[in-house]
Write a protein that binds this ligand. Structure first.
Ligand SMILES: Cc1cc2nc3c(=O)[nH]c(=O)nc-3n(C[C@H](O)[C@H](O)[C@H](O)COP(=O)(O)O)c2cc1C
Length: 252
């Protein structure tokens, strides 16, 4: 069973174009996975259903691997679902030419996770919806941030209500759905197929920082967490992912 968890940064609830796109992408993935005999469990949460407060800048996430807000809002629950799922969807509407405020707020709350590489190798799908413009800039901006998680990131880009590729035009939508489902399943089987040179460099720089902190005994809990996960034994992100997948398989 492949567990898909989708987080949608729109408060429009069931009317949300981005939530509806998420459902279509999940359905295309379910159909493609079924051809390989796999089943998919899909859960989606939108910004209308959860409370995620703004980061207060206390930096406890970096220094103590802990966010004091998690016990006050829904972020602890969201964080857990993100870690537990096999495939993560990130969808956002374009607001004022960039991702929605909710999406950015959520990403700020995940800064510690990005440093500790808690989503390393996880197949992650990003997509956006927009009325008529800024789809490219907004999805590049979101991708820029999501790359730091060193996950197997697939950027679907932005789908337009007016413009191309168009959300309401099946001729535009079918190839997007089919290609995305194919890429995602490949990333599920082997996350190394979806990592980039940038992610490799981001991973290596985190490894060097961790090794130095451990060697000098200045290791904060962030470095300790990476060390305990064993990621600092690797130079290549692909090797760290391979080892993680092997450990996951052994524990099943
Ligand atoms: C506050 C706000 C700002 C928006 N800014 C843009 C924009 O800069 N460019 C654009 O083409 N559409 C913009 N839109 C339209 C949305 O991106 C579009 O309707 C999107 O599909 C909404 O997704 P949702 O239904 O999931 O919330 C904006 C909508 C809102 C509410």
């Amino acid at each position: 069973m492949i567990k898909v968890f989708s987080l949608i940064g729109s408060c429009a609830g069931e009317r949300s174009q981005t939530a509806q796109l998420s459902d279509r992408l999940a359905e295309a993935f379910r159909k493609r996975a079924a051809e390989d005999g796999e089943t998919v469990a899909y859960e989606r949460l939108t910004a209308a259903e959860v409370r995620v407060d703004f980061c207060r800048g206390c930096c406890n996430c970096f220094h103590r691997c802990f966010c004091p807000l998690d016990s006050k809002d829904d972020m602890g629950m969201i964080r857990q679902k993100m870690r537990d799922c096999d495939v993560l969807f990130f969808g956002s509407p374009v607001y004022m030419g960039r991702m929605s405020g909710f999406t950015k707020c959520l990403l700020d709350r995940l800064a510690g996770d990005s440093h500790r590489l808690t989503l390393l190798g996880k197949p992650m799908l990003q997509f956006m919806t927009t009325e008529s413009n800024h789809g490219l800039e907004a999805s590049e901006d979101l991708e820029y941030i999501l790359r730091f998680f060193c996950s197997a990131l697939i950027n679907v880009g932005a789908l337009y209500r007016v413009g191309h590729p168009n959300l309401n035009d099946e001729v535009d939508m079918q190839p997007v759905l089919t290609e995305t489902a194919e890429k995602l399943l490949r990333a599920y089987y082997d996350p190394r197929t979806a990592i980039t040179e940038f992610q490799q460099r981001a991973f290596f720089s985190r490894v060097l920082m961790t090794r130095r902190a451990i060697r000098l005994g200045t290791g904060n809990s962030e470095a300790q967490a990476i060390h305990e996960a064993g990621f600092d034994r690797y130079v290549l992100l692909s090797e760290a992912i391979e080892n993680l997948c092997m450990r996951k398989k052994e524990s099943q």
